[in-house]
Design a binder for this molecule. Structure first.
Ligand SMILES: [Zn+2]
Length: 373
């Protein structure tokens, strides 16, 4: 089934893409006219419609295809391996995670199993909608926690051979954090301040610390870090480098109570905001733990980023199984304002997928001043 996955390719102009997709849809319709049971033609039609933003027709074609041949629910299944016959469950529509409004126009429909294995645990036909009120984009019917847990277990089983990092990759990760650490120092904790022996070490909390390369780099620079990651990674980072790490299961999205208690000068959240069921509450929990002059760093893929816009329909971010929200710079600001935070600056992330940004956020002191009057 892997032959149906779209190969990584160049970036044709939008006009060329439009022409290509309408030609593709015409060809598929002609094939279906002479052979109504031609599932490959139905897949071609669904993909072409989705790229043409004919969302209703794309969804109908994708659903019809799953009914006709359940193998289209698990397109990344290796050749010869028995695939899930079909996804037969149902997930509920979720309201906007920022303003809690229902409904909104569809902005993407696709079969996520083009890019990730679903093993039949997740609905492969995904739809993203945009809130009418605040314009935040969300998954219309995100997978249940139980389904995500089953999916995570299957994924972990596949990735067992990955193991712990070697010296070369750990060192590359250390190098990759330098620009981010420079920026954190420049924004909140100047070098002179760090070198003052009387000053306490700046406290850093990193959620999603993985094997600990960032907290190791931060500790090396004189910060006092603590990480939160999976039990295996936390145990490794503590045993090998004596890095303080807390084990938490973040696989179904970060919850506010998973942030450790205390006050921190720097809080780094790597990805969990767009996977959280209630991102505003998570931001609120971070804001309460952030020192008055502290900096919150959000590592995330922003929807209005040039790389996202270049990829369009084929952006792999649409297909990430546990991702629930797509913020742009504007809609993120709406969510931040709800907990009296504001963006200070944005830069590109070093150790991350293309098009990933680092958003540096502070308390919105002006908000407090205005409210006091
Ligand atoms: Zn909204």
């Amino acid at each position: 089934m892997k032959t149906n996955a779209i190969p990584a390719s160049g970036l044709p102009l939008p006009s060329t893409r439009r022409e290509h997709n309408s030609q593709r849809a015409r060809n598929a319709r002609a094939r279906l006219h002479s052979a109504p049971g031609d599932t490959e033609a139905l897949f071609e039609l669904a993909e072409a419609y989705a790229r043409m933003e004919r969302h209703d027709e794309a969804r109908s074609a994708h659903r019809a295809l799953l009914r006709a041949d359940g193998r289209y629910a698990d397109l990344q299944a290796p050749e010869g391996e028995p695939v899930a016959t079909c996804f037969i469950g149902h997930f509920d529509s979720a309201p906007c995670p920022v303003c809690k409004e229902d409904g909104g126009p569809v902005v993407w429909v696709g079969n996520i199993s083009r890019q990730v294995r679903t093993w039949g645990h997740l609905d492969p036909i995904r739809q993203w909608v945009q809130c009418d009120t605040c314009e935040t984009i969300r998954v219309d019917a995100p997978p249940s926690p139980a389904a995500l847990n089953r999916w995570t277990l299957e994924t972990a089983g596949q990735a067992q051979s990955d193991g712990t990092p070697d010296i070369q990759s750990f060192n590359e990760a250390l190098v990759g954090w330098q620009t981010e650490l420079d920026t954190i120092q420049r924004l909140g904790f100047g070098v002179a301040w760090l070198n003052d022996p009387e000053t306490p070490e700046p406290r850093v909390l990193e959620i999603g610390s993985e094997w600990g390369s960032f907290i190791a780099a931060a500790q090396w620079r004189g910060f006092n870090p603590i990480g939160v990651t999976t039990a295996d990674q936390a145990a490794w980072a503590t045993a090998s480098l004596n890095l303080p790490c807390i084990a938490e299961d973040l696989s179904t999205g970060l919850r506010p109570e998973q942030l450790p208690a205390g006050e921190f000068d720097i809080i780094v959240l790597r990805h969990p905001i767009d996977r959280a069921e209630d991102p505003v509450q998570v931001l609120g929990a971070a804001a309460r733990r952030l020192a008055p002059d502290g900096v919150l760093v959000l590592q995330m893929a922003l929807h209005d980023h040039p790389v996202r816009r270049l990829q369009g329909y084929d952006d792999p971010q649409w297909s990430i199984p546990d991702r629930r929200v797509f913020f742009s710079r504007d809609t993120l600001e709406v969510a931040l304002a709800r907990v009296d935070l504001r963006t200070d600056q944005i830069m590109e992330a070093g150790n991350a997928a293309p098009g990933t940004s680092l958003v540096f956020v502070r308390h919105d002191d002006m908000h407090d001043l205005m409210a006091a009057e």
